[in-house]
Design a protein around this ligand. Structure first.
Ligand SMILES: *Cc1c(COP(=O)(O)O)cnc(C)c1O
Length: 497
């Protein structure tokens, strides 16, 4: 079955997967969606014994139908190799009655590696297939983890450059160091004076700037995106939900056909949307539990049907989820409107002009597989502590939000369905917050970041990941800062346009 891609705002249709990946964002500002959902063409029992790489092929071939078998397998082999510190790529760990799907065993110890390890290969293959003669410039807004994972993926990839914007005071110290020490002559990272939403809005504005597009084209550049607005990010993320189900099946935790729940710590709504896509292609998933931190715009949306970004932006200790404009929700809105681009376009206009929109009862009914919950820093800290004390298992602050929301969900509903929690970052990436949750804030007061890392290692008996060791002594290579209004100029400046 041939799948083509169309914009959620109606301006583009019949786009091939490789062209959609190259473009990133649709020309009308919308996001690319498959024109139909394919179905798994093997039973889950047949998929159960497959390796991660084999599973990846079985899923990705369904969506990326203009890539040849050889091209896809080549991209997969290059992406999911010894960069990951375990052959399983995404292991499952049981603690406190929950199956934690550890998505942080890649280069930069956050789940963004799952898709960003393969995106550069998908992108350069797409460029070759479409005879692109321009240099591809990846523009990326990051709430902390995408930036590093994207730079690690694209560093020194011929024919590409990458420019990353992160909120100056909105990322953890380790996240900042990871980005500012990034090597590669084609990489650039800048701190902006604003929050993640400012960075993402600025990047989207640059994408929609037709004059800039012309100027860049004249100089031999073409823009693309490594954010989860790129369908090339979303498709590889479907894989690990299927893989997790298969491992549960193989280990006889569930029977074939038995539905599971997933709980996902959510920011831009990309990861949980991938779980929903998995459901749509035939994975038995009952409830998709969308876990937010104190920036609980999605909780409010799922409880009321009104999306309202007009509120205070709260900086929390799960910074990768500090987001008020969850871009990928647009894809669910589009589906819930029966793929009516006009309805979606109108709602997105209201969001940008008035700061809010309301969906119809029918659209809400369409989304009833989703359950929205949120947890405060105190609640997620308490769960991090109790899972460590009771099970000796360490989770990071984002996964802590998911675990806390899941605990509340279970109490509220009595639902004991087998549940997979997306574990999105290594606890070492947020060591001071994790340590403070377990031992109290006094225990880390005034301590150097790396001293806390060592203390966490001693406490838990787990080794410090290579990604953290690397930045202990690495030289700072990037010191750019700019105001959101200056982002376009910075891009031109960096590219010499
Ligand atoms: C990006 C990120 C999230 C949020 O994922 P979305 O796909 O944006 O919803 C959660 N946790 C961590 C550690 C992340 O890096």
């Amino acid at each position: 079955m041939e799948i083509s891609y169309e914009s959620t705002r109606g301006g583009q249709k019949g786009v091939t997967a490789s062209q959609a990946i190259l473009q990133g964002l649709a020309k009308d500002g919308g996001l690319f969606m498959p024109n139909q959902f394919p179905r798994l063409d093997k039973s889950l029992k047949e998929l159960a014994p497959l390796s991660y790489q084999e599973t990846a092929y079985e899923i990705m071939k369904l969506f990326l139908t203009d890539y040849t078998e050889e091209e896809l397998k080549d991209c997969i082999a290059k992406a999911y190799d010894s960069k990951f510190d375990t052959e399983e790529i995404a292991p499952l760990a049981k603690a406190d009655g929950t199956y934690f799907l550890e998505l942080y065993h890649g280069n930069t110890i956050a789940f963004k590696d799952m898709a960003l390890s393969i995106l550069p290969y998908l992108m350069t293959t797409a460029a070759r297939k479409n005879h692109v003669d321009k240099e591809i410039v990846i523009l990326t807004a990051t709430s902390g983890d995408t930036g590093k994972a994207a730079m690690a993926g694209f560093a020194d990839v011929p024919g590409t450059r990458i420019i990353v914007f992160y909120p100056k005071d909105g990322v953890s110290r380790i996240q900042e160091l990871q980005m500012r020490t990034q090597k590669g002559d084609n990489t650039c990272v800048a701190a902006i004076e604003g929050n993640f939403d400012d960075a993402q809005t600025g990047v989207k504005k640059i994408f929609n700037d037709k004059e800039l597009e012309r100027e860049l084209a004249e100089k031999g550049f073409q823009l693309s995106s490594a954010n989860s607005i790129n369908i090339g990010r979303l498709v590889p993320q479907i894989v690990y939900y299927v893989y997790a189900y298969c491992k549960l099946l193989e280990n006889e935790v569930i029977k074939e056909g038995e539905a599971i729940n997933v709980v996902v710590p959510t920011g831009n709504f990309g990861n949980i949307l991938a779980a929903y896509f998995a459901k749509r292609i035939g994975l038995p998933v009952k409830t998709l539990i969308c876990a937010s931190n104190e920036n609980k715009v999605l909780f409010d949306f799922f409880s009321t049907g009104t999306y309202d970004r007009r509120r205070e932006f709260i900086l929390t200790n799960s910074p990768s989820m500090d987001i008020l404009i969850s871009s990928n929700l647009e894809r669910l809105i589009y589906l819930s409107a029966g793929c009516d681009a006009q309805t979606n376009r109108e709602l997105m206009r209201e969001l940008s002009e008035q700061g809010s929109y309301q969906v119809t009862e029918a659209m809400r009914a369409f989304m009833s597989d989703f359950y929205g919950g949120y947890a405060s820093q105190e609640e997620s800290g308490a769960v991090i502590r109790h899972i460590f004390e009771d099970c000796g298992y360490l989770i990071d602050t984002h996964t802590g939000v998911a675990a806390a929301v899941y605990e509340k969900y279970r109490k509220e509903t009595g639902d004991e369905t087998v549940t997979v929690a997306a574990s999105t970052a290594s606890p070492y990436k947020f060591a001071p917050s994790v340590m403070a949750a377990i031992k109290g804030p006094e225990a880390v007061k005034g301590m150097d970041e790396f001293a806390v890392v060592d203390a966490l290692s001693a406490l838990s008996g787990t080794p410090v990941p290579q990604a953290v060791e690397e930045i202990r002594t690495a030289a700072i290579r990037h010191s750019r800062e700019c105001a959101p209004a200056e982002m376009k100029n910075l891009v031109k400046n960096v590219l010499g346009v």
